[in-house]
Design a protein around this ligand. Structure first.
Ligand code: FAD
Length: 474
């Protein structure tokens, strides 16, 4: 190996930025000198994170918040001095609605990830028929599944709670996270805790109830803000985290506008080829681009083709600002989700300025409508005008909002939501094993692998950094 180590991180999204951050930290802590480089093909850093400030509004065009009980992002925020920037959801807008036959129904209190943990409100909801409720309650009596192999999320939830709860409640809530088809998503890769609860408690509902208590106990050492709100963000948006990471990475060679087109092993180093024809030899590479792009980047490593089984769904969101007087209902909830069976263009609508008080000036309202999920990608062929008019048609019929928005922002994110297929964990493990044998200095990670949420991406970035540190020290 060269006298001064050289390590390159490819991709300037949250996974790449976290990888570089934790690698720099570890190298410094151990007194190891290395040239660290981060290359990003776009013009700025942050990847999917994309905050826009406009006319006093704080607008998130990508992710808008994160789960407060997930430690990696809390720890990183505190380490970067962002504790005072954290902000939780508005306690006056805790409700969520679910659309059913064109009407908004309040989601029964006590639902956690779409699973009932309080039976009285669940038994009272108008969302589920009496028979559907009896079927869901049977979860507490049914034996646990005999099969230990992976299965789809949809199959698992139908097996435990019945088809009605799956289709009317769980699917629109859970699949919202992946924009996925529950029957195509791996339960072990998306919600491993569900299978664990079944294994330990036999019943998903009973397991969820016990887990709720355990989670409350675990939360005891979180900062108060993280204990009081399920979701958090920063007062000036998620860009705050990106900016703080960039500040911490000043000694790293940060390069934008550089697209990597090929990576291969050269003697005991890794060779990176850029789209302008330049080649660079480094001791280690952490690659964080989407999984579907990896086969083309590693064209000399056929085992990477397996990653094309991880499909990506395209989504868009349409953000609209209004005057408060043009909204004919109380903004007393965080918004609503839309089951597939409703046949709407929008899959969910967040009442952003009600959920997050810092996002709109006094007297103004910000709404964010989500479009696209697995099997619902026709919108890709529509121009902006058509997309906007379909979305406005939905909110006019469902919410009675007929006013022209003060402004709108459309964000299209083609191939942005990874769909972990049944058998995903084994697929990734097998890919990494072979990669380690053939290109040992290369580690591939990011949202296409072990978790899509921002905290999971930060955790994966940290894991990649520790893996790389160990490799270059061997
Ligand atoms: P990315 O952000 O995609 O970053 C990868 C980077 O690599 C990109 O900047 C890309 O340009 C660069 N790159 C790729 N290939 C190359 C190459 N060959 N050469 C150089 N650079 C390259 N999560 C939450 O926790 N909360 C939310 O509210 C939330 N909402 C979401 C809403 C939407 C609409 C979407 C799409 C996702 C949401 N997520 C949310 C998920 C989360 O935002 C993503 O999983 C996460 O940001 C992905 O980070 P990443 O760094 O792995 O990938």
């Amino acid at each position: 190996m060269a006298s001064k180590l050289s390590i390159m991180v490819i991709g300037g999204g949250i996974t790449g930025l976290s990888s570089a951050y934790y690698l720099q930290k570890r190298l410094k802590a151990e007194g190891v000198e290395a040239q660290l480089t981060l290359v990003e093909k776009g013009t700025s850093f942050g990847g999917k994170i994309n905050t826009l400030e406009r006319d006093g509004f704080v607008i998130e065009r990508g992710p808008d918040s994160f789960l407060s009980r997930k430690r990696p992002i809390i720890d990183l925020s505190l380490e970067l001095g962002l504790g005072p920037e954290l902000t939780g959801t508005n306690p006056q807008a805790k409700k969520t609605y679910i659309l059913r036959q064109g009407k908004l129904h309040r989601m029964p209190p006590g639902l956690v990830l779409g699973i009932p943990t309080e039976m009285t409100p669940f038994m009272r909801t108008g969302l589920i028929s009496p028979l559907g409720k009896v079927r869901a309650a049977m979860d507490m009596l049914l034996p646990k599944g005999a099969n230990t192999a992976d299965e789809s999320l949809g199959h698992f939830l139908e097996r435990r709670l019945g088809k009605e709860v799956l289709e009317r409640i769980a699917e629109p809530l859970l699949a919202g996270i992946y924009a996925g088809d529950t029957y195509a998503l791996s339960v072990r890769a998306t919600f491993p805790q569900f299978r664990e609860m079944e294994r330990k408690k036999r019943s998903l509902i009973l397991g969820m109830m016990a887990n709720r208590k355990a989670t409350q106990a675990e939360a005891a050492d979180l900062p108060p803000i993280a204990r009081n709100s399920v979701f958090l963000t920063y007062r000036k948006g998620l860009q705050t985290l990106v900016k703080a990471l960039l500040l911490a990475l000043q000694e790293v060679d940060m390069r934008t506008g550089e697209s990597v087109v090929s990576i291969e092993r050269k003697n005991d180093q890794v060779e990176v080829l850029f789209d302008n024809g330049r080649r660079e030899l480094v001791d280690g590479v952490i690659l964080t681009s989407p999984a579907y792009q990896v086969p083309a980047l590693l064209s000399r490593f056929p085992a990477a083709n397996e990653l094309s089984k991880i499909r990506y769904v395209s989504v868009a969101n349409v953000i609209m600002a209004f005057d408060r007087k043009d909204i004919p209902f109380p903004l007393d909830a965080s918004g609503f989700v839309v089951p597939r069976s409703e046949g709407r263009t929008i899959t969910a609508c967040t009442w952003t300025s009600a959920k997050w008080l810092h996002t709109a000036p006094e007297g103004k309202v910000l709404l964010r409508c989500y479009v696209g999920r697995s099997g619902e990608e026709a919108w890709m062929g529509w121009d902006d005008e058509t997309l906007l008019s379909k979305v406005r048609g939905d909110i006019s019929e469902l919410l009675g909002i007929h006013a022209e928005p003060l402004f709108h922002e459309i964000t299209r994110m083609p191939n942005s939501m990874p769909q972990y297929p049944v058998g995903h964990l084994e697929l990734v493990a097998e890919f990494r094993k072979k990669l380690d044998e053939e290109i040992p200095g290369l580690f591939v990670t990011g949202s296409g692998f072990h978790g899509v949420g921002l905290p999971d991406c930060i955790r994966q970035g940290n894991e990649a950094a520790q893996h790389m540190f160990k490799y270059v020290q061997e």
